[in-house]
Design a protein around this ligand. Structure first.
Ligand code: NOJ
Length: 733
């Protein structure tokens, strides 16, 4: 495993690098030349999908021969090319987030983009920056990276950069406020301006900074307007304030009116025909609205320019592959060559390094050639009907390696935990006993005679057009599915060395499991994709020390989060205080805090160094248009990390910053993640972690002046192993 990882580390780019070497000015120059050859009918065709299931991809735009524009293919999704054969089914966003590894984020994005391009996909519908995940039960949180905007923002930027360097256009979705599945197409997200800027917009702003060429507006309303008809979020914020050069596409069926959407700044209608009912909201109606003056000619030109510019920006006008031999709606017509390359090494590295070790009493893990081992739970095996038996993964049968909905892809194969454990057991001479159902009594029988028992439990969620076991997208609760608590209790009653492995879309309430003295270890294995079992065995048997950290808080009770699925509109009353920001403010002790994760080795922190805050920093606000200077580095914080243990391992050091407690600064979270750095160290080895602090990272959004303001007094700085495990503290001034 080591060699391939080193080779894709070569892809590592600075944490805030922009995507590719694209040049927007050059792309716009080409787009303007092409635009001059287009009629209004051509321009409307560029803006309007040809209709649901009318082309091979989930979204298709007709070709325009006069300018060499091909039939444009837009395809899901965030973890692999949906419905296509011969692809890699990567770990989901949430497990990518829990690696806190920028090189792996980039490598995954690059592999995704490479596969998309080889299959003729021009626009890959990901990554996901919204839902951000403020509601732990939110059905689609697993498609995104973390509910912390900084971590999610870095992951968005790295993913976009990786995808677009491979040549495919990325699409940052869902913009904005689509935090739950319940009523997603009718509810309004009423987010105050500061919260919008400091939380929900943040990952999208990072994607824009990374030159993302497209953004998808969401199903919900924001304020009183439909998200795809919201001039304030699309034109004022995304296009003007953030200086987004690309185009905005509707989520499928999220467009409501021809004139309202155009004048708000939406640029492309998908799938075009109102999801197969032959009711095109644009197309001819867009042309006549321009003729009648309801939509300005300049707006139609801008729509076409933006779509063309994105295409030129990625160089897709030069010999781009076409969709050949596959379609979203039929089995492959010919044998389509695999596009996987060696991407399974990336998939396995993320499945492995995204694993978070939550508990490990008496060094129960790693396993060392155990003489006997019980493996218990339906989640340990492949769905007996096959990994892809349930369309869009609309079931929780067998091991959970993807949630459900449009954010899925076809598994080329799925290494189930039990398969990988069997291979290891045969090398080790371990006698396995198994119970591959969720029956507590059968589990107890299998576990009674074994020295150690591994119990597999899970919790699933997905997109709201599918209901699984009465969960309409969002989870009904934060408990393990299939009576997982009872399964663990039955095993723990007969086996003193019970190890729980969790595959879940987000946090679970673990209190009843942790209360059992026989539960000596707990492993959160996330949503790992096709390499599930292999990545898990790397950690369980210690060929790699666990290095993942939680991308969310695990609470003692669901009510501790202070946010939940709401029945009507959501006024976002919690404001900035989601996840750890809320636990800090309300002095609630979490079970496992944001950023937490154990290792098989131990790290010490020393030598905190904090540069002065750049004196070039203007204390005045950064107004719209001043975007670039927001990303200037204004301080550098560094520290030394030493591996004081006996095995090699990697540590994610985290930087938390507190805004000055001054009456001039509005009430703010006690601390916020503003940097992280992951370092691999051999036993006894030391290395430096370096955090580059940008102006935006130490500013707040001032609603009065509508600008980012950098306070002048001193900031609290903590460098540590989690949000509550500060090791070094200092001041930035
Ligand atoms: C709706 C989903 O919300 C979106 O994420 C997806 O890209 C489109 N459907 C197309 O499948």
């Amino acid at each position: 495993m080591k060699a391939p990882i080193l080779s894709f580390l070569a892809f590592a780019i600075p944490i805030f690098a922009a995507a590719g070497d694209g040049d927007w000015a050059a792309a716009y120059a080409k787009a303007r030349t092409a635009l001059a050859k287009l009629s209004n009918a051509d321009k409307a065709a560029l803006a309007t999908g040809i209709g649901w299931e009318k082309g091979p991809c989930v979204g298709n735009i007709a070709a325009i021969a006069a300018i060499g524009f091909p039939e444009l293919c837009l395809q899901d999704g965030p973890l692999g090319v949906r419905y296509a054969p011969g692809i890699t089914a990567f770990p989901a966003g949430i497990t990518t987030g829990s690696t806190w590894d920028t090189a792996l984020m980039y490598a995954r994005g690059n592999a995704l983009g490479t596969e998309s391009k080889a299959l003729g996909v021009h626009v890959q519908l990901g990554p996901v920056g919204g839902p951000l995940g403020k509601i732990p039960e939110g059905g689609r949180n697993w498609e995104g990276f973390s509910n912390d905007p900084y971590l999610a923002g870095v992951a968005m930027a790295q993913t976009v950069a990786g995808m677009q360097a491979a040549g495919v256009q990325a699409c940052a979705k869902h913009y904005i406020g689509n935090e739950q599945e319940l009523n997603r197409a009718s509810m309004s997200a009423n987010i105050d301006d500061r919260t919008l800027h400091e939380l929900y917009l943040w990952p999208f702003a990072e994607a824009v900074k990374a030159n993302v060429t497209s953004v998808m507006c969401s199903y919900n309303k924001v304020g009183s307007a439909w998200s795809c008809e919201s001039g304030s979020t699309i034109t004022d914020i995304l296009k003007n304030e953030l200086d987004f050069q690309g185009w905005v596409v509707s989520d499928w069926g999220a467009q409501h009116t021809a004139v309202g959407s155009a004048n708000a700044g939406m640029d492309m209608s998908m799938p075009g025909d109102g999801y197969g009912n032959n009711k095109f909201i644009w197309g001819a109606a867009l042309i006549s609205a321009v003729s009648s003056g309801q939509i300005a000619q300049s707006r139609l030109d801008d729509i076409a320019l933006r779509i063309l510019a994105g295409w030129y920006f990625l160089g897709q006008d030069a010999s781009y592959p076409t969709v050949t031999g596959w379609s979203s709606w039929k089995s492959p017509t010919s044998s389509v060559p695999s596009v996987q390359g060696n991407h399974k090494t990336v998939a396995r590295a993320i499945a492995r390094d995204g694993i978070v070790l939550l508990k490990n009493e008496g060094n129960a893990l790693p396993l060392n050639k155990p003489a006997t081992l019980a493996v218990v739970g339906y989640d340990a095996i492949l769905n007996p009907q096959g990994a892809n038996a349930c369309v869009d993964r609309k079931c929780d049968n067998g091991t959970l390696a993807m949630g459900w909905g449009s954010g899925t892809a076809q598994f080329p194969y799925l290494i189930a935990p039990l398969d990988a454990i069997k291979a290891q057991a045969s090398t080790d001479g371990t006698v396995l006993t198994t119970s591959t159902s969720d029956s507590p009594s059968a589990g107890a029988s299998a576990a009674a005679s074994a020295a150690t028992a591994l119990v597999f439990i899970n919790a699933d969620s997905g997109e709201g057009y599918i209901t699984v076991e009465n969960n309409v997208g969002d989870r009904n609760n934060l408990d393990p599915w299939h009576n997982g608590n009872e399964l663990v209790a039955a095993v723990a009653a007969v086996n003193k060395k019970t190890i729980v492995v969790i595959h879940s879309v987000g946090p679970l309430i673990l209190e009843s499991i942790l209360a059992l003295p026989s539960v000596v270890a707990v492993v959160w294995a996330g949503i790992p994709g096709q390499e599930s079992g292999n990545g898990l065995v790397d950690i369980l048997y210690g060929s790699t020390s666990p290095s993942g950290k939680l991308p969310f808080t695990i609470a003692k009770a669901a009510s501790d989060y202070g946010t939940a699925v709401v029945p009507g509109d959501d006024s976002y009353p919690e404001g900035l205080f989601i996840d750890y920001r809320h636990f800090d403010k309300s002095a609630i002790a979490p079970r496992y805090e944001f950023g937490f994760g154990l290792s098989y080795t131990a790290f010490t922190y020393s030598n905190l160094s904090i540069s002065p805050l750049s004196t070039a920093t203007p204390s005045a606000g950064i107004a719209p248009g001043g975007l670039k200077s927001l990303f200037d580095i204004v301080a550098t914080v560094s520290a030394t990390i030493t591996n004081n243990g006996t095995v090699a391992g990697a540590e994610v050091a985290q930087l938390y910053i507190s805004l000055p407690a001054s009456s001039a600064v509005p009430a703010s979270p006690a601390r916020q993640l503003r940097g992280f750095d992951k370092l691999s160290l051999k036993p006894g080895e030391s290395g430096s972690v370096v955090f580059q602090v940008r102006r935006k990272d130490v500013s707040y959004w001032d609603v009065g002046s509508k600008s980012w303001v950098l306070p002048t007094s001193s900031f609290g700085v903590v460098v540590g192993a989690s949000s509550r495990d500060g090791r070094l503290t200092g001041e930035l001034a």
